[in-house]
Design a protein around this ligand. Structure first.
Ligand code: GLV
Ligand code: MN
Ligand code: MN
Length: 423
């Protein structure tokens, strides 16, 4: 640890002013924000971020996947730097889910910017460059982890062919943002250029609040998979076809939705499954549903549970389709494996919490995060701060300001620890 800078802290008031300003972009009037990737509100938030980076005297970098960064070259302050210095990334995302909250992602980007600003002003000598990054499309309204997967060189044209938000939405978004498919695929960074990635995020659950603990130190991030399931029945007259003669796609799809709740609770207590969208066609009062498209997502903390859960859910879809005389079409839309975090990063966070006298506990993240994409490329670590009532992906999302500041200070001290070591 760089002892001379142990007492360095972020500016709570400056971070708060940024936080309140950013929450205006896409504000929904109920405390939330609607800022899906490459929407006008998202692009306006990014224009605002560029201004803040320039105002802070940091180097603005925008890569070909649209990722926005505030870069601090360690050569500016350190006599021991060299041109080959590695970079320590800190960050999160400015995009939101539709009608989401103002903390998810936004807190992490602004805390990262505040940390880099604080380090610059204090003139801390570093052996690594520091970079605060706003990754493109973490939330998956278009693709999911788009910017971080691009940086990690994990994206292929195949991933972009049938993204979970639909190809048409991706094309329209890219056109608005001035980003191209080729640009996204070319945004990979050299494997040995990034030393680590640290992220501060709200917990999005109740465990910290319940345990009255200041900081969650993430030990692993769950695996996430998405599928589109189409239950195929037959359109018929809703009044003249007997209940026995129908091949009603809505019955099979509904039975599936109900059954998977029981299945997950009974056989996979550490896991979750969600049907977030159901589209019935043709969609009229007086036509028996000919097809129902179901958006299925499921999550598991370990590789073993992830694969067993996948098998069980798809098997259940088949059983329910057969029970109602339906066809079933299964489209796999993508998967991210369960990912452990780095011990180096976890230890840096633990030391920072202890130095700041903040209580901490290990947690598995049930939400996906960009760090998942960077594991294998660098040391990845995350911390959580308490979410009041556990609410998230909702305008009810809220974290006490002191908790946000605590998290930013832990991020600062952990970053100083990692970026002060010889590379
Ligand atoms: C991202 O927030 C996710 O876990 O869906
Ligand atoms: Mn997030
Ligand atoms: Mn989110």
């Amino acid at each position: 640890m760089n002892k001379a800078f142990d007492s360095l802290r972020v500016s709570s008031s400056r971070l708060r002013a940024d936080f309140d300003a950013l929450a205006q972009f896409g504000a929904t009037g109920d405390g939330g924000v609607h800022r899906p990737t490459f929407s006008e509100a998202h692009l306006a938030a990014r224009a605002w971020l560029r201004e803040q980076i320039e105002k802070a005297g940091l180097e603005l970098r925008v890569d070909s996947a649209g990722n926005h960064s505030a870069f601090l070259n360690c050569a500016i302050k350190s006599p021991i730097s060299n041109p080959q210095s590695l970079t320590l990334l800190l960050g999160s995302h400015l995009d939101s889910v539709p009608y989401g909250g103002r903390f998810d992602g936004a807190l992490g980007v602004l805390a990262a910017l505040e940390v880099v600003r604080t380090v610059k002003e204090a003139g801390v000598p570093l052996t690594m460059n520091l970079e605060a990054i706003d990754f493109t499309d973490e939330e998956g309204t278009l693709v999911g982890f788009l910017g971080s997967a691009a940086v990690a060189g994990r994206l292929t044209a195949e991933h972009l062919r049938q993204p979970r938000g639909g190809r048409a939405a991706l094309d329209a978004g890219m056109a608005r943002a001035g980003v191209t498919e080729q640009g996204i695929l070319n945004a990979a960074r050299p494997a040995r250029s990034i030393a680590g990635y640290l992220e501060l995020h709200i917990e999005q659950g109740k465990r910290l609040e319940t345990a009255r603990t200041n900081i969650g130190i993430v030990s692993a991030i769950v695996g996430i998979a998405s599928y589109r399931l189409t239950f195929v029945g037959r359109a018929d007259h809703a009044g003249t076809t007997s209940m026995h003669d129908r091949r009603d796609a809505a019955q099979g799809a509904s039975a599936f939705v109900v059954a998977i709740r029981e299945l997950v609770i009974r056989d996979f207590p550490q896991c979750v499954a969600n049907v977030g969208n159901i589209t019935v066609a043709p969609g009229a009062f007086n036509i028996v549903p000919a097809s129902v498209v179901v958006s299925l997502e499921f999550r598991a903390p370990t590789a073993d549970e992830f694969s067993r859960l996948e098998t069980a859910l798809l098997e259940r879809a088949k059983i329910e389709a057969e029970r109602f005389g339906l066809g079933l079409k299964v489209d796999f839309l993508g998967k991210h494996d369960p990912t452990p975090m780095s011990f180096t990063a976890e230890n840096a966070f633990i030391a920072a919490c202890d130095a700041l006298r903040l209580s901490h506990m290990p947690l598995v993240s049930g939400a996906g995060h960009d760090g998942q994409m960077l594991v294998g490329m660098c040391a990845v670590g995350m911390i959580f701060v308490p979410s009041v009532g556990g609410a998230s992906h909702s305008p009810r999302e809220f974290t006490e300001w002191q908790d946000c500041v605590n998290g930013a200070n832990v991020l600062l001290q952990a970053a100083l620890q990692l970026a002060s070591h010889a590379t």
